[in-house]
Design a binder for this molecule. Structure first.
Ligand code: GTP
Ligand code: MG
Length: 238
């Protein structure tokens, strides 16, 4: 894919795993159990995207779609300060939208094109991609409809990522191990690449105390190894 740009996660080991950071024109899915660091990474990437390019950012803003009311401005300011940004400015550079249900979530993304055309957006976060869909379409009997809606939503995200050269990061809480993982919304039948975009899945799990372990799976472009990082007062670090 031509013209892709990368946003550093702020964690060397994780950047190495990702081949330099998360990519524009792609969706990166953070998959993991509760407390594995998905939301913390979303916060950190919303800060990192604002850094100049020589520091791993895109000197751009983030659009943060929050479905679970877990966005914490104070945490953004803490992370921003550690990365040498003005905390208040960093917060202003994150355009925040609370999504109240799955239709609202899809509408925000539909409408986001207008925002991206006006503002210098380098990153779209959806935390969580699937929570509303899961609660509104529960059980096997609703699986087909849920999947259809999610596929539409994901296709739209990929289009936006591709057209505007932005990175998309979404979260997906799971309880199972990746090898027994069932019904992943981002896994298209017949391969990893949909249209022009790509999807990468980063599996996160908890280690001891503040240690977290990351692995990329199902990607022909990334190594099959694990890296560790920590979540501290400074944010997400090596
Ligand atoms: P779910 O949304 O429940 O699926 O979890 P998650 O994967 O989004 O986890 P999240 O990123 O919210 O939290 C991961 C860890 O970060 C938790 O164990 C917290 O203890 C830690 N954490 C969150 N905020 C702070 C903070 O301000 N300071 C420090 N030191 N740690 C924090
Ligand atoms: Mg979370």
């Amino acid at each position: 894919r031509r013209g892709i740009r990368r946003i550093s996660t702020g964690v060397k080991s994780l950047d190495e795993l990702l081949g330099g950071g998360i990519e524009t024109k792609a969706i990166t899915e953070l998959v993991g159990e509760f407390g594995s660091g998905k939301t913390q990474l979303c916060h950190q990437l919303s800060v990192m995207v604002q850094l100049p390019e020589d520091k791993g950012g895109l000197k751009a803003k983030a659009l943060y779609v929050d479905t679970e009311n877990t966005f914490r401005p104070e945490r953004i300011m803490q992370m921003a300060k550690y990365r040498g940004l003005d905390p208040q400015e960093a917060l202003k550079n994150i355009l925040y939208a609370r999504a109240y249900n799955s239709d609202h979530q899809m509408m925000i993304i539909e409408e986001s094109k207008k925002i991206i055309e006006k503002e210098n957006i380098g990153l779209i976060v959806i935390d969580s991609l699937v929570a509303h869909f899961r609660s509104e379409y529960p059980g096997r009997e609703n699986l087909a409809e849920r999947q259809q809606k999610l596929n539409h939503h994901i296709a739209q995200l990929l289009r936006i990522a591709d057209i505007y050269n932005v990175a998309v990061v979404v979260t997906n809480q799971v309880v199972a191990q990746p090898d027994v993982f069932f019904g992943n919304p981002l896994k298209p039948a017949g391969g990893n690449v949909i249209a022009h975009g790509a999807t990468y899945r980063v599996w996160l799990r908890k280690g001891k105390e503040n240690v977290r372990i990351a692995k990329i799976f199902d990607s022909p472009y990334h190594p099959e190894r694990e890296v560790t990082f920590r979540i501290t007062e400074e944010g997400v670090v090596d």
